[in-house]
Design a protein around this ligand. Structure first.
Ligand code: ADP
Length: 453
């Protein structure tokens, strides 16, 4: 992929004083950008070769805690450094910040300079390489939903995250008038992301008050994950710049629908969609059928990577457009997997299980691993389900973080494909979330039991 901004462009822009700041960022376990803001002159003189960060960045939680129990790092091991290795092909402008460009970094071992295997980009890279050996490229898209709120992050925090008011007052699914009222945020989001080299297709109102979705053109899996991560980051920053808050939590209120990140997937060979076979009734190649059968068989194993928090599981509600069953269907939004573009070159499968809180690198890696297993095992695809898939109790998606963690931990498929070290690292991450939640007294418990217990 050609860089949006070349090295020569950058040096020229620094010389002309158009750019003074370079954000050097890694992607953490939660899919966030972490890193440093470099003076651009220092970056082009030396830091472009490598910079360093504390290795706790890949062993922490949303609150930046230092939980014990990770093999990779700990207080006992002294929390040393990782190398952050800037990837020149990811250089891009950040048009919503003055004089600023961004570069993504791979995370390397401080001593050996080999990739840190549990780094999200490394986890995905390993699966991409497996496909490359098969002559295949995964073309993916992650649709990203989120909520916009009237108040700023700071005011919402001061209010204790209570009485949250979405930016609009009613369901704005495909609504042009309602979303016109949000254009002061959404128009800069679309345009600035586009200028940053992220091929935004559209934004649209979603099926709840204040809910938006952004669609980005499908691309090879690593690029898709980079787009998703930078878009999510940019949306938060631009909402904040306008005095509002954008939230990617999977379910902010039990009475409202949740936010998803559906994953569209196809495998390509020699520049063509290898999922398409015009001789099949639905246009599905046998490669696609095997791949989809792998997604179905291993859906429980992969759920953790699609729903990584306690809250993620509150989204799986019958009749809410969030799926409860790993079953496939044709253009049917009640199933975990939906066949899209049947009979055409654009044929693809959409996994609807993931929430807007997923880490795209890990989610895509787990999907690819499951699909490859389906191909290697020559799995048969069951026939498509019809009607309301919420009715029925086969192929249920794990309904708690605890259950999803157990499926991941005990998955021979994932351990073989992704490696024991990585699986145990993320199993500890999930366990820590469960431990923290078990320890905390929630508002619900107090309101329910304070007087009545
Ligand atoms: P819908 O209207 O059903 O949401 P879209 O046509 O908007 O569907 O497509 C949804 C996503 O699927 C877009 O991000 C698009 O880039 C992506 N997409 C289209 N073709 C493919 C493909 N062959 N493989 C993977 N993703 C694709």
């Amino acid at each position: 992929m050609e860089a949006v901004l070349s090295w020569n462009d950058l040096t020229q822009m620094v010389k002309n004083k158009q750019v003074d700041t370079v954000l050097a960022c890694l992607v953490d376990m939660q899919g966030r950008l972490m890193g440093k803001r470099f003076h651009a002159q220092h970056f082009i003189e030396t830091a472009w070769e490598e910079t360093h960060c504390c290795n706790y960045l890949l062993a922490t939680d949303l609150e930046m805690a230092t939980p014990d129990g990770y093999q990779a790092t700990s207080w006992k091991k002294g929390y040393g450094d990782y190398v952050m290795k800037p990837i020149l092909s990811t250089l891009r402008p950040v048009p919503w910040l003055e004089g600023t460009v961004m570069i993504l970094c791979d995370v390397l071992d401080h001593h050996s300079h080999s990739p840190v295997s549990h780094s999200p980009r490394a986890v995905l890279q390993a699966q991409i390489e497996r496909l490359q050996e098969m002559g295949l490229t995964a073309m993916m898209a992650t649709e990203l939903e989120f909520f916009l709120f009237k108040k700023s992050y700071e005011d919402i925090q001061v209010d204790g995250f209570r009485d949250l008011e979405p930016i609009s007052g009613y369901n704005e699914d495909y609504h042009i008038f309602q979303t016109t009222k949000e254009e002061h945020i959404m128009r800069p989001i679309r345009n600035h992301l586009y200028t940053a080299g992220i091929p935004v297709e559209n934004s649209k109102g979603e099926a709840e008050a204040g809910q938006e979705e952004i669609n980005i053109k499908y691309a090879p899996a690593m690029l898709t994950s980079d787009y998703h991560t930078i878009a999510k980051h940019g949306i938060k920053e631009m909402a904040w710049q306008h005095g509002h808050a954008a939230s990617f939590i999977a379910k902010w209120n039990h009475n409202r629908v949740g936010s998803s990140s559906h994953i569209h997937q196809s495998l390509w060979r020699d520049g063509k969609n290898a999922f398409h076979d015009s001789s099949d009734a639905l246009g599905m190649s046998s490669l696609m059928k095997n791949y989809m059968a792998g997604l179905l068989k291993y859906a429980p194993d992969c759920t953790y990577f699609l729903a990584p928090y306690i809250n993620s599981y509150k989204r799986f509600v019958k009749g809410s457009f969030a799926p409860t069953r790993a079953i496939w269907s044709i253009d049917n939004r009640t199933a975990g997997f939906r066949l899209c573009g049947e009979g055409t070159q654009a044929i693809r499968v959409e996994c609807r299980i993931g929430g807007s809180d997923l880490n795209p690198y890990l989610a895509l890696a787990a999907q690819i691993a499951a699909g490859i297993a389906g191909i290697e095992e020559s799995l048969d695809l069951p026939s498509a389900a019809k009607g309301d898939i919420y009715q029925g109790d086969t192929g249920l998606v794990p309904d708690s973080l605890d259950k999803a963690r157990t499926h991941m931990m005990t998955s021979d498929m994932l351990r073989t494909a992704i490696g024991d070290e990585v699986i145990e690292h993320y199993a500890r991450c999930a366990e820590w979330e469960i431990e923290e939640f078990s320890r905390i007294v929630t508002d619900w418990e107090v309101a329910r039991g304070f007087e009545k217990a």
